[in-house]
Design a protein around this ligand. Structure first.
Ligand code: ZN
Length: 101
């Protein structure tokens, strides 16, 4: 187990919704239509062709009001990048459920 904070860690999953849906800050170039980077804590700007850590993490910077986000239509469902399967977020149990098939 290494403990290097600066090391890039490959994501094993990403949210189905794009970073913008979670109010994550845009790229320096002004592009707000970002994608999840292949690295944890990073987002990807297709205009600049770069991975970067956003200035602020939108709703992830604070306690997440799961009930309110559900009302806003926000989903925390995620894609397992190893299996390419969607894992549904259970807002009652606050856990992910593996889907089959
Ligand atoms: Zn950019």
């Amino acid at each position: 187990m290494s403990n290097q904070e600066s090391a890039l860690v490959k994501r094993r999953w990403c949210y189905v919704l794009k970073p913008r849906a979670f109010e994550i800050s845009p790229c320096d170039c002004g592009n707000h239509d970002l994608d999840w980077s292949e690295y944890e804590k990073h987002v990807w700007c297709a205009k600049c062709n770069k991975d970067f850590i956003p200035k602020h993490g939108g709703i992830f910077d604070g306690p997440i009001p799961v009930g309110a986000t559900a009302l806003l239509g926000l989903s925390f469902d995620r894609i397992n990048l190893e299996t390419q399967k969607i894992e549904k977020f259970n807002t009652d149990k606050l856990t992910y459920e593996k889907t089959h098939g």
